[in-house]
Design a binder for this molecule. Structure first.
Ligand code: C2E
Ligand code: CA
Ligand code: CA
Ligand code: CA
Length: 279
């Protein structure tokens, strides 16, 4: 029995070491990227359907590594959550996005609201609210122009402490939105308990608006639900005119998506506001 185990050990060891090496390399690289300010934020405009104007933007992380290439956030964010880098990344994003939003608002006399994605792990950390308060003081951003997006998954194993944190953030003037709405397993009961301001309808539902007939019914029900709970609605991933038309008809307040604009670099977003201000 002993020799068999020995064989198995030898059989599995190389693979495990390889996996460990990859993990370590990725962790080191991500750590470096954060420290050396190699991470970047792109900004996707949010459009107000009442005026068809840009009312704000969502900050989205971009990480380009010369060896690994463009790393999609869908992959490295879960990794950062596992290896413990997510809190530092969250602070960096919050600081960077707040400073950038304040700079844009000041130079163009605008009131754009910037949204940042915060991991449920990070927001549940002790001291999160104090950190946010510090960032607000340090960057001078008007807290009413700051929004935090947390995923619906956050509600899954929520605690009273999380609800308390959200209440404190809202007391500072910050807007809280529930991201990826409809994709989790949350019950309506959770939604009632969660003190949020905005529901972000996940792209999966927007994509289904056309051509499935039931798609309109779903969207319509989600928007009605949000409005019944006094929440505003953002639809994400709007790519087509036909989707937009339905969203308008159903009374959705805000949209985001390639139909209007992809997430833009700081330079390109600046051009966008430059053009819209000078018209
Ligand atoms: P999310 O928060 O749901 O962000 C929306 C994603 O949809 C973004 O992908 C955006 O580029 C993409 N998108 C926007 N409009 C369209 C459209 O019309 N069509 C299609 N097909 N896609 C569209 P991205 O930037 O790759 O980010 C993926 C996810 O990574 C985000 O999903 C979010 O969960 C996470 N993420 C990104 N940045 C951060 C961050 O700073 N912190 C945290 N914790 N997570 C982040
Ligand atoms: Ca988001
Ligand atoms: Ca989303
Ligand atoms: Ca998502």
């Amino acid at each position: 029995a002993k020799s068999t185990r020995g064989n198995q050990y030898r059989l599995y060891r190389p693979n495990m070491e390889e996996a460990n090496d990859k993990w370590l390399l990725l962790e080191t690289k991500l750590h470096q990227a954060l420290k050396k300010d190699i991470l970047e934020l792109h900004y996707q405009p949010k459009i107000d359907l009442k005026t068809d104007k840009v009312i704000g933007m969502e900050a989205l992380l971009r990480w380009y590594d010369p060896e690994l290439g463009q790393m999609p956030p869908d992959r490295f964010i879960p990794f950062a959550e596992e290896c413990g880098l997510i809190n530092d990344i969250g602070v960096w994003v919050l600081r960077k996005a707040s400073a950038q939003a304040r700079a844009w608002n000041e130079s163009y006399h605008l009131n754009l609201r910037v949204a940042v994605n915060i991991s449920p792990i990070h927001i549940s950390t002790t001291g999160f609210v104090d950190m946010v308060r510090d960032v607000i003081a340090e960057t001078g951003i008007n807290p009413h122009l700051l929004e935090i997006e947390i995923t619906e998954m956050s509600m899954l194993d929520y605690t009273e402490d999380l609800i308390d944190t959200i209440k404190q953030l809202r007391a500072l003037g910050i807007t809280i939105s529930l991201d990826d709405f409809g994709t989790g397993y949350s019950s309506l009961n959770y939604l009632k308990k969660f003190p949020v301001d905005v529901l972000k309808i996940d792209r999966a539902f927007v994509r289904d608006i056309v051509p499935e007939k039931s798609g309109i019914a779903m969207i319509s029900a989600m928007i009605s639900l949000a409005h019944a709970l006094n929440l505003e609605v953002v639809a994400e991933g709007v790519e087509e005119e036909a989707e937009l038309k339905v969203l308008r008809e159903q009374g959705c307040e805000y949209v985001q998506g390639y139909y209007f604009s992809k997430p833009l670099s700081v330079e390109d977003f600046t051009k966008l506001i430059d053009e819209s201000v000078s018209v």
